[in-house]
Design a protein around this ligand. Structure first.
Ligand SMILES: [Zn+2]
Ligand SMILES: [Zn+2]
Length: 421
């Protein structure tokens, strides 16, 4: 699909297209880290107000919700769409005219584009609603989230802990991310687990330090640590279904002692653990604990285990995944929609939101980044200092949101016509 065809698939007018590009580049020039997105949040809030949305700023510090209600909305369906706003602590190397003006800060994950696309959609949706294209009644919440990149739950969890879905109830929820390396105009999603969980586990063996020449007077914790490193790999090899499941256990840090003739007092392992299903995630954690405790008891010392569960598996619900696939196919052509795409081993804090509200996360091709808006930057992935969000995606993402809103409310209205929703 070339850019002319993208334009044909777009439901955004020329003014909205140029506004999205201007917002995207303004946000890119001024990248802000998680919970510091003050300027970005202000830009978002101002535009939403101009479009007639009710604006609630300051949720999870910098989060903004824009709400549009129409018709007899008290009994009408409620839809949420989320975009992330934060940048990364990266020094930008693109040399583009809209490159970051803040050293050590960069929109290297394309959240500048996600925010601009949802703002562009907000504009077209306001018109759709006025024309009656989005059913006779409804409530739409556009959720602009801070701090997706921060570990420990990120901005999604914090917005939820500040009552996001109690204050702005949603019957269904959607979000998207750009997908580098995949062609522009293509959409990727799947029902069920789509993105991995991401956890950290610390294992600390407490032995008894001593002289290297008198090991019988000490209890060397490096032995159970070494045995544990090897035994941990048996979990993926022996406890996980080799055909239908996956898990990753990486010992990223292994530490014991500081000097060659000293037996250490403690030995530590720090693990990164990933999985694509909640039961597999539980199995992996149970087996890690059992192996570490077994090794500690075999060597006669004490072990401490701290499992820190990070982002959960992101699970798309069936009805919402089907709706997203239908909307994308109608807009871009069925051959451009990969509704049974392979799961992605990355993680997303939108997974927390999907534990509370049914919904779908989808990915849209960002091209090979060789285009880089006319500047040859070479192919690269997100979080790379040469990455740039592809502006050719702006009309695609915005149009997907507009059509999704129209279809969601029109279909729900048909299903429930004459009844209390
Ligand atoms: Zn990222
Ligand atoms: Zn991202």
């Amino acid at each position: 699909m070339d850019s002319t065809e993208h334009r044909q698939a777009s439901v955004a007018d020329e003014d909205t297209l140029s506004a999205m590009q201007a917002w995207r580049r303004a946000i890119h020039r001024n990248p802000e880290l998680g919970f510091e997105e003050h300027d970005t949040a202000q830009l978002v809030a101002e535009q939403l107000r101009l479009l007639g949305y009710e604006v609630t700023p300051g949720i999870a510090v910098t989060g903004v919700v824009g709400t549009l209600r129409w018709g007899d909305h008290a009994h009408a369906p409620r839809l949420g769409i989320r975009a992330d706003m934060d940048a990364l602590p990266v020094d930008e190397c693109t040399g583009l005219p809209w490159a970051s003006q803040r050293p050590g800060r960069m929109h290297a994950c394309g959240h500048d584009g996600h925010t601009a696309m949802l703002l562009g959609a907000a504009r077209t949706i306001a018109t759709s609603v006025r024309k009656g294209a989005a059913g006779s009644a409804g409530t739409l919440h556009l959720i602009f989230q801070p701090a997706e990149e921060l570990g420990g739950g990120g901005g999604a969890r914090r917005m939820m802990s500040e009552g996001l879905f109690e204050r702005f109830p949603c019957d269904a929820l959607f979000a998207l991310h750009n997908y580098p390396g995949m062609p522009v105009g293509h959409v990727y999603l799947r029902q069920g687990p789509f993105l991995a969980s991401s956890d950290k586990v610390l294992i600390r063996f407490h032995g008894k330090g001593g002289h290297s020449a008198m090991p019988h007077l000490a209890n060397d914790p490096s032995l159970p640590a070494a045995a544990t490193v090897l035994a941990l790999q048996s979990i993926v090899a022996r406890n996980i279904d080799p055909v239908s499941d996956m898990a990753v256990i990486t010992v990223g840090r292994l530490q014991a002692g500081r000097f060659y003739n000293v037996i250490a007092e403690t030995a530590e392992l720090e693990l990164s653990v990933r999985s694509l299903s909640p039961p597999v995630r539980d199995t992996v954690h149970e087996r890690i604990a059992a192996i570490a405790q077994g090794q500690a008891s075999a060597f006669g010392l004490r072990v401490e285990i701290e499992a820190e569960r990070g982002y959960p598996v992101l699970v798309n619900s069936a009805a919402e995944a089907a709706l997203a696939a239908r909307v994308a196919s109608a807009l871009l052509g069925a051959d451009h929609v990969h509704a049974d795409a392979a799961p992605v081993p990355g993680s997303e804090d939108f997974a927390f939101m999907l534990q509370q509200v049914p919904g779908c996360y989808l990915m849209i091709g960002n091209g090979d980044n060789g285009h880089a808006n006319g500047v040859p930057a070479g192919p690269c992935n997100v979080h790379n200092p040469h990455f740039d969000f592809n502006d050719a995606c702006l009309p695609i993402g915005a149009s997907l949101w507009v059509r999704l809103v129209e279809t969601f409310f029109a279909e729900r209205h048909k299903t429930v016509s004459g009844t209390d929703w």
